[in-house]
Design a protein around this ligand. Structure first.
Ligand SMILES: *Cc1c(COP(=O)(O)O)cnc(C)c1O
Length: 372
C-alpha cells in the first residue's frame, strides 16, 4: 500500500521536537493567542516576505475574513476558479457575495487570466486566484487586470506555501494572501489552522479585530466578528515544522521531477506543466489520463492511494445551483475534472515507491486500453 500522504513518517522524524514544544505550551498555562502565535506570525511574515501575518483558525476563515476586511458582501461579485476546493467559493457565499467563475488555462489547472476580463461587471470587487496543487498562477497578468479595473486580489495560497512566481512568494502579490495549516497541507498543523498575509497595517488591524469578536480592545466590539483564533499548541507545532518547509518543498519538487522522468514517453499520461519562472511546491502531483475513473479504481485495488481533486467542479455543485451555471460553460475546467488524478506525493516518499506507482499506473492504462 502506497498512500497519497503518510503523516506518520514525518512524525517519526520530528516527533521528539514537536512533543517538547507541545509540553512547553501545556506547562505554560497560555493556550490561546500567546507567545507562540506572536512568534509564528513574525517568523511567517519574514519567511513569506510581507509586512504582517495574522494567524487564524483555518484557511476557510482566512478567505472569509479577507473578504470581510475588504468590505465585500451582498451585491458584490468575486471572480474565481471552479477548479478548486469548495472553501474558496464558500467564503464568498458566507459574506453574501456571488462567485463568478472564469475558466482555467488548459495546461496549468489555474485560472486563465484571458478569461477573467470578460467576466468583469460593475459589481465585480475582487479576483481570487487559487495557486492550485502548489502551482503559482500567472500573477503578472492577474495583477495587471486588477489594476486596470480597480479590483482587489485575494490569493488562495492554501496549497502553495513557499511557492514562488518570478522569485517572489505567492501571497505577496495581491492585497491579502490566505493560507491553511490543515494537517495535509505542505505546512500542516496537528489540527486546524490558517493565516493571512497582508502589507497594509489597516487591513491587518481589521483582521485582528475580526478574528476576535470584532473588537481591538477586549470587551469593546465595533462590528460582528468571529472566533477564529489559533491555539498555542498548533502555533508551537507549526513553529517547529516551519524550520523544515523549504527542505520538504524541495523534496516534493525532486519527486515531481522523478515522476516526470518515469512517465516520459508515455503518450497517455500528461504530466504537470509549470509556468516559466515559477517555483511550484507540488502540494499534489496531478496528471491527466484517459479512462480516469476506471484507472482510479484499478489503482486503488493495486494499493496505490491515488485521489481525485476534485471530482465535481464548483460551478456544477448543488450548493451553487441557484447561480445558474450549467455543463458546457467552463470547458477546460470540465475537461480536466474528468481526467485528473493525483498520485502519492509527500517528502518522505521513496524512489522505490515512485517506481511502483509509475509502473502500476502505466500497466493499468495498458490494461484498460486492451479491454476497450
Ligand atoms: C485547504 C484549502 C482551503 C481551506 O483550508 P481549511 O484550513 O481546510 O479551511 C481553501 N482553499 C484551498 C485551495 C484549499 O486547498
Amino acid at each position: 500500500m502506497i498512500p497519497i500522504l503518510d503523516s506518520k513518517r514525518q512524525y517519526a522524524k520530528i516527533g521528539a521536537e514537536v512533543e517538547k514544544a507541545v509540553c512547553e505550551v501545556l506547562r505554560s498555562g497560555s493556550y490561546i493567542l500567546g507567545p507562540n502565535c506572536k512568534a509564528l506570525e513574525v517568523e511567517l511574515a519574514k519567511y513569506i516576505g510581507c509586512n504582517y501575518t495574522v494567524t487564524l483558525n483555518s484557511g476557510t476563515d482566512a478567505l472569509h475574513l479577507a473578504l470581510r476586511a475588504l468590505d465585500i458582501g451582498a451585491g458584490d461579485e468575486v471572480i474565481t476558479t471552479a477548479f478548486t476546493f469548495v472553501a474558496t467559493t464558500e467564503a464568498i457565499g458566507i459574506v453574501g457575495a456571488t462567485p463568478v467563475f472564469a475558466d482555467i488555462d488548459a495546461d496549468t489547472f489555474n485560472i486563465d487570466p484571458k478569461k477573467i476580463e470578460e467576466k468583469i461587471t460593475p459589481k465585480t470587487k475582487a479576483i481570487i486566484p487559487v495557486h492550485l496543487y502548489g502551482q503559482p498562477c500567472d500573477m503578472d497578468a492577474i495583477m495587471d487586470i486588477a489594476k486596470r479595473h480597480n479590483l482587489y486580489v485575494i490569493e488562495d495560497c492554501c496549497q502553495a506555501i513557499g511557492a514562488k512566481y518570478k522569485g517572489q512568494m505567492v501571497g505577496t502579490f495581491g492585497d491579502i494572501g490566505c493560507y491553511s495549516f490543515y494537517p495535509t497541507k505542505n505546512l500542516g498543523g496537528m489540527g486546524d489552522g490558517g493565516l493571512i498575509t497582508v502589507n497594509s497595517e489597516n487591513l491587518k488591524n481589521r483582521i485582528i479585530a475580526l478574528r476576535n469578536h470584532g473588537g481591538a480592545v477586549r470587551y469593546y466590539h465595533d462590528e460582528i466578528g468571529v472566533n477564529s483564533r489559533l491555539d498555542e499548541i498548533q502555533a508551537a507545532i507549526l513553529r517547529v515544522k516551519l524550520n523544515y518547509i523549504d527542505e520538504w518543498n524541495s523534496l516534493r519538487r525532486e519527486h515531481a521531477k522523478t515522476y516526470n522522468e518515469l512517465f516520459a514517453g508515455c503518450e497517455d499520461i500528461i504530466t504537470p506543466h509549470e509556468l516559466d519562472n515559477t517555483y511550484c511546491v507540488y502540494h499534489q502531483y496531478t496528471v491527466k489520463i484517459p479512462n480516469r475513473d476506471n484507472i482510479h479504481k484499478m489503482l486503488q485495488e493495486a494499493g496505490i492511494g491515488a485521489m481525485l481533486y476534485y471530482p465535481v467542479p464548483l460551478h456544477l455543485q448543488k450548493v451553487h445551483a441557484h447561480l445558474g451555471w450549467t455543463k458546457g460553460m467552463l470547458p477546460n475546467t470540465e475537461k480536466d475534472t474528468e481526467c485528473v488524478i493525483s498520485l502519492p506525493m509527500f517528502p518522505e516518499l521513496t524512489l522505490e515507491e515512485q517506481k511502483t506507482v509509475a509502473s502500476t499506473l502505466i500497466n493499468c492504462i495498458e490494461k484498460s486500453k486492451a479491454l476497450a
